[in-house]
Design a protein around this ligand. Structure first.
Ligand code: FAD
Length: 480
């Protein structure tokens, strides 16, 4: 099998706008597409349980898309460097191509693999499939990186528009014989509890075709109303493209181009707001690239001495959606049931965990990592650092979200809370976000017994807010 080209798929599980695939086909030799499950690296950031479910289905979809083009996906397991070298030797491939990643361990591993291959005379090349603007292309005037979102966006918008996305290939040349491949089922990516996967199955269609359909339906209606509805968890007001983006079933250039076309033809504030959110994703990756320990360490180093009060019981109540604060519990149950949570609610549950409960932000980050289908190292770490006030361009720590007011403002009729906490469904709107203020007869009529059918709040909101502010003040006193 001489002179074939290996395409190494990672978080870019698509055929359209995939520069490594396009470059491989342009070489004119047979192509061997491979995905490697590497559980020897990644430390705390090995693919979490919800995303393993997604990955299973996404790999199956990619294999079937490849087969429709005369190709297939080879599955290999093991330390990535060894697995890719072994496949290169077995196939005699003259080139190995992949799309870049931006986390420090991934970059350094890719660097080692690239030099090893080149030393052996194998062409090794990488491309940008994941970002609109790669981190080193967006620079401050002084040549450094950005720590604040607004000037970052300004700098991005001053650069040339991202290139038009590449079309998916119609055929992919196959080798005369295929190397061995693991059966996908042998990887046991699916969760042991079929009940849990049921909610994921009902909510999502993993794979490139599912991503394309979701983008098309969002561009067709949701985008125009995005600015007005994006903060409301009770409606389907956002694109829900994040899990597709996280595994690269769709690329940001495809989304950018689609939204820009609508902006040019229809105007309105929806597209502009949506493009600004896509640039938040870029900003998070920019941060991860330049702040290598973003997932582990606070960008503001003084926060390393924050006086957290770790409590397994409080953390467990938060994870289960049993804190007694309805908007928080609804969010945590949405996460458990669907593998996704609305952005506004992510901010509310994050603030509640870190500030009202004084639990370390890394505990929240780890739970999200394991349960989100859209788990993304850059977005998750930057999101948690933003919520905890220790990130580069973060919400100040002293701004503690009031979950009752947030619920009343963004879920005003309580539809979101009622969907995920049916035991509160019969409460009148006035009490849906604060059942502990309802009188005995209101509770009785709604079939709610606090402490029995639904928990009493695990903390007093006003007192825990004051305690958080005091903890922050003590940190500042320590710093001075
Ligand atoms: P839309 O509103 O339709 O936005 C379109 C795309 O823009 C999103 O898919 C996403 O790629 C990007 N985007 C939107 N908002 C943000 C944001 N605040 N930060 C970065 N990118 C954004 N997003 C993840 O993709 N993975 C995560 O692991 C993740 N963890 C988070 C943790 C916390 C504590 C917080 C506050 C936010 C987190 N986010 C994460 C960001 C955001 O909540 C999700 O990207 C968004 O809810 C996804 O839904 P959507 O695709 O419908 O978003």
């Amino acid at each position: 099998m001489a002179k074939c080209t290996i395409v190494w798929f990672r978080r870019d599980l698509r055929l359209a706008d995939n520069p490594a695939v396009a470059a491989a086909i342009a070489r004119g030799a047979p192509v061997v597409p491979v995905y490697i499950l590497d559980e020897s690296t990644g430390g705390d950031w090995r693919t979490g349980a919800a995303q393993r479910w997604w990955l299973h289905h996404s790999l199956a979809a990619l294999d079937s898309d490849l087969r429709a083009r005369g190709s297939r996906l080879v599955l290999r397991r093991g330390p990535a460097d060894q697995a890719i070298r072994a496949l290169q030797r077995e196939t005699g491939a003259s080139s190995v191509l992949w799309n870049r990643r931006y986390d420090a361990p991934g970059r350094s591993l890719d660097g080692v693999i690239k030099s090893g291959l080149r030393e052996d005379g194998v062409a090794a090349e990488s491309f940008n499939a994941a970002l609109l603007f790669e981190p080193l292309t967006v620079r401050t005037k002084a040549g450094g990186h950005f720590r604040v979102y607004t000037p970052f966006v300004k700098a991005c918008r001053a650069l040339p528009e991202p290139a038009a996305p590449l079309p998916a290939p119609l055929r992919i040349p196959a080798p005369a014989s295929w190397p061995d491949s693991d059966p996908l089922d042998s990887w046991r990516l699916l969760p042991r509890s079929p009940d849990w996967a049921g909610g994921l199955r009902e909510t999502w269609t993993p794979g490139e075709a599912g991503a394309r359909t979701r983008l098309a339906s969002f561009l067709d209606g949701g985008l125009a109303r995005y600015a007005a509805r994006r903060d409301r968890p009770d409606v389907d007001g956002t694109s829900r493209l994040s899990p597709h983006l996280a595994l690269g079933e769709i690329g940001p250039r495809q989304i950018w181009m689609g939204a820009r076309d609508v902006e040019r033809s229809e105007g309105g504030d929806g597209p502009a707001k949506f493009l600004a959110e896509l640039l938040w994703r870029e900003f998070c990756h920019h941060q991860l690239f330049h702040e290598e320990s973003l997932p582990e360490n606070p960008v503001r180093p003084e926060f390393a001495a924050f006086p957290w009060r770790p409590s397994p019981a409080l953390l467990a109540a938060w994870r289960k959606g049993a804190t007694g604060v309805p908007i928080v519990d609804a969010g945590m149950r949405q996460l458990w049931r669907t593998g996704w949570m609305h952005n506004r609610v992510r901010m509310v549950v994050g603030s509640f965990l870190v500030k009202n409960l004084l639990q370390p932000w890394r505990d929240g980050e780890a739970w999200f990592w394991d349960t989100l289908v859209d788990a993304d190292l850059a977005n998750n770490a930057a999101g948690w650092q933003w919520v905890a006030g220790c990130g580069a361009d973060a919400a100040p720590f002293f701004r503690v979200f009031n979950p009752v007011l947030q619920g009343e403002r963004f879920d005003s009729a309580g539809a979101y809370v009622r969907r995920y906490i049916p035991e509160l469904a019969a409460l009148p709107d006035d009490f849906i976000h604060k059942p502990w203020t309802a009188g005995a007869s209101v509770l009785r009529k709604a079939g709610v017994t606090l402490g029995a059918t639904y928990p009493e709040p695990v903390v007093d909101l006003a007192a825990s807010r004051a305690r958080a502010l005091e903890a922050f003040a003590s940190l500042r006193r320590g710093a001075t």
